[in-house]
Design a protein around this ligand. Sequence first.
Ligand SMILES: [Cu+2]
Length: 273
Amino acid sequence: MNEKIREIVVVTAMIAGFIGAPVFSHYYEAHRDNVAVAAAPKSGKVHTFHLTGIAKPGMWTLDSVEGWNYWWRKPTRFSEMNVTKGDTVIITLTSIDVQHSLKIPALGIGPIEVDPGHLKTISFVADRAGSFPFLCGTVCSCTGTGFACTLVKKHGHEGMTGVLTVTEQLGNPDVKIAVTVSEAKGFDPPEIKAKVGDVVELTVNSKSNGVGQGVGFCISEYETKVDIQGIANGDSRTFKFRADKAGSFSIYSSTKAGEKIDAAAGSFVVGPK
Ligand SMILES: [Cu+2]
């Protein structure tokens, strides 16, 4: 009889352990933002993004992936962070497999490396408007044939990309402009126009991958207001800004895109009201 009770106690303890560990892990994941928010400087709204890096398929996801639910839960790719200029952005990073790192080159952020089982927090104020790519800065250094290496080699960190868009709070556009960037024609049309005070809705279509990072669109003296970077061939990106300064400004690609596009020039002419 005694033995039976002992057996029941042991089995119960084992079951409690098996259930308790994932429940605790889930509770921990759900409560970690309180810690992150408290650590951030505050200005404007606070956005918290919990990014989990996954090598297969290469992606950052907002889904709560804790290893034990990886196989039945298909994580959703996360590739767009949208915030308003002046907002505070908090990004927590975790990894479920190999080391990943987050980089936002245009803002000088990263690479912030994160190992599986660890948590890293980044916070910054989005004080520059534009559309900036983010990516995983980890380069595959696998030379072996282990499980993790096979995953990374097959799917890689290069799929772990997305765009952070920082916009100003602006109303309906006064003028809509579309520009196509290509090797053959540079910026087409080469001259775009607005009037002082106009809210400009700009759509940039890319017809080139440049030197692998896509093309960019930036206006001199408007660098902190409109800077659209890393637009891949075939993609287009729409961005709004206010033309608050009169004059003639040059247009250039803020993403290094090879000789022809780097040398291409356009102009943005802002006339009086
Ligand atoms: Cu990675």
